[in-house]
Design a protein around this ligand. Structure first.
Ligand SMILES: Nc1ncnc2c1ncn2[C@@H]1O[C@H](COP(=O)(O)OP(=O)(O)OP(=O)(O)O)[C@@H](O)[C@H]1O
Length: 539
């Protein structure tokens, strides 16, 4: 990322973009914010309980017990609320990341070159903004004033002190935030540079070795990683300095309140005040004072998360052009009619190994269903992959509606594809099916899942290893994606592998219906699947 690009970034635009990405996770975000704000209630309960117990001290332990009980219950409630808020924030961040990651993947499948740092670290950089910063922001804008209001009931003067010291605190936060923003952006740029350079040099390794340029390349990587180290150290320095300033102001404010309460209790104040505190009220105010600053300190601690997300935003938005956020069906290379396919003397060869497929010829008419069958390793999957540009065609060519593959942009947008090992994204099962058509409503997602034989809750969470899904279910997930996508070309790789006879029969019916009106190519060992084909080609 160049400096000029960085300068061109508009923080307001970045924030609007990030807000928009948060929409799919609105419920979880609201829940996390509500739980964080709700923490104010047991905080007041805790202060009131302690004050109650202290003011009953001279009447013995029995008189103190209700106050202590209130303090203990409040403390427990705070722990519970904090735990639930943390989980809701984590869930919100997970939902946002899953949705952005799916869009990045879609961009990649459409042939857009997305830098590795953007796809990996860029998406991860969003985590803290939604998990921690967003709930902290809401709580910081509500809770301090709420606490000052509650303090005013016990001591208007103490609440005035708190309100007054809030001003330099907020000013300090704004200054620290502005300083951290630039440093975070420069750190992300250094990170992008290092990963880009590293990937580039690894790709060019044979050339590097041939020209004996190892030392120079190692030097380049070392310089880029030193730069990243320097930038990271600067970000940390700003973060430490700003948190020291904020801690100072909050300690100063609590000290002022403590001083005031102490002198008021001892009646030693050198100026007149319109209130006389007793021990209970003074203690209540003292216990609440740190709570005024707690949400702001939480916000300051999470501020770096917001900067990190904003620093990554530009690269992410660049990787996801507006068009890629449209439903998949909106951007197709073929239109809606089923295409004709023509394999002309196609040879697929991986690196220097013997060719997987040699001189393969096949003509498929629009709307035909063709099954590729043959022994394991005969090259069925390789032919499907070649059509998708995922396997190297070293000789011959593939024509789609008479046009060579190389001339077709974004063919992936026109293909409904169920591979043997579908990519799983972190998110819910529903999110994972929706990768095939991001505009699909819940009813269509459920219909696709049911047709592919995926039972159970669409909202269950999966990790990138397919946590919670068996091998067969992962395959069915791929099929559900293919069934969901209304693309004119349907490619299925071993759709019924590992299924018992009844399940296979049910699925074949689904495949037959899905293939109607589309050009369909299926790689399979199954004679039952082959039976639905217009043509069976043996490799
Ligand atoms: N990415 C790859 N890199 C190197 N070799 C590969 C790759 N993919 C496939 N091959 C090789 O190409 C040959 C054909 O494999 P392919 O998966 O296309 O066969 P297949 O007929 O689909 O097999 P199966 O029925 O077991 O799925 C095999 O020898 C395989 O090892």
């Amino acid at each position: 990322m160049s400096t000029s690009l960085l300068a061109a970034e508009d923080p307001r635009h970045a924030r609007a973009w990030l807000r928009q990405q948060g929409r799919p996770a609105r419920t979880s975000l609201l829940r996390a914010a509500a739980l964080t704000v709700l923490d104010a209630v047991p905080a007041v309960g805790f202060a009131a309980g302690l004050a109650w117990a202290i003011s009953s001290f001279d009447r013995g332990p029995t008189a103190m017990a209700p106050g202590l009980a209130l303090a203990l219950v409040s403390l427990g409630t705070r722990g519970l609320l904090a735990g639930h808020a943390l989980m809701a924030g984590g869930r919100a961040a997970g939902e946002v990341k899953a949705s952005v990651r799916a869009s990045v993947l879609e961009s990649l499948f459409r042939g857009r070159p997305v830098p590795l740092a953007t796809a990996m670290e860029g998406v991860e950089a969003l985590d803290g903004r939604y998990a921690r910063f967003e709930p902290a922001r809401v709580s910081a804008s509500v809770t301090p004033l709420l606490m000052i209001g509650v303090t005013a009931v016990a001591s208007p003067v103490a609440s005035g002190i708190l309100l007054f010291t809030l001003i330099p605190f907020a000013l300090g936060m704004a200054l620290a935030g502005a300083a951290a923003a630039g440093e975070s952006r420069r750190q992300f740029a250094a990170l992008s540079r290092l990963s880009g350079l590293f990937i580039d040099r690894v790709r060019a390794l044979p050339a590097v070795l041939a020209f004996q340029a190892e030392a120079r390349v190692a030097r380049d990587v070392a310089v880029a990683s030193d730069e990243l180290q320097r930038r990271t150290a600067r970000v940390l320095r700003v973060a430490f300095a700003s948190s020291a300033v904020l801690e100072f102001f909050s300690a100063l404010s609590v000290a002022l309140v403590a001083l005031y309460c102490g002198f008021n209790l001892l009646r030693l104040l050198p100026f007149p005040v319109p209130e006389t505190l007793d021990l209970g009220r003074a203690f209540f105010v003292l216990a609440l004072a740190p709570e005024v600053y707690a949400p702001l300190r939480r916000l300051a601690a999470a501020y770096h998360d917001r900067q990190a997300a904003e620093a990554a935003q530009h690269a992410l938005e660049h990787a996801l052009p507006a068009a890629s956020l449209e439903p998949a069906g909106a951007q197709t290379a073929l239109g809606e009619r089923p295409p004709a396919l023509h394999f002309e003397a196609v040879t697929v060869r991986y690196g220097s190994s013997p060719p997987a497929v040699v001189g393969f010829d096949l003509e498929i008419r629009p709307g035909q269903t063709v099954v590729l069958t043959g022994a394991s390793g005969s090259g069925k999957s390789s032919l499907l992959h070649a059509l998708l540009g995922l396997a190297p065609v070293t000789e011959g060519r593939i024509l789609v509606d008479g046009r060579p593959l190389s001339e077709l942009d974004a063919l992936a947008g026109s293909v409904a594809w169920a591979s043997q090992a579908p990519v799983i994204l972190p998110g819910t099962l529903g999110d994972n099916i929706a990768v095939a058509d991001r505009a699909a409503c819940r009813r269509r997602l459920m219909a696709a899942a049911a047709a592919a034989g995926l039972s159970g809750n669409l909202d269950r969470l999966l990790d990138e290893r397919g946590g919670g899904l068996s091998g067969g279910e992962i395959r069915r997930l791929g099929l559900a994606r293919a069934l969901l996508k209304a693309a004119p070309l349907l490619l299925l790789d071993e759709p019924t592998a590992d299924l018992d006879r009844d399940s296979e029969r049910a699925l074949i019916d689904v495949i037959r219906r899905a293939a109607a009106g589309r050009t369909t190519l299926i790689a399979t060992h199954s004679a039952a699947v082959a039976a639905i084909a217009d043509r069976v080609v043996r490799l």
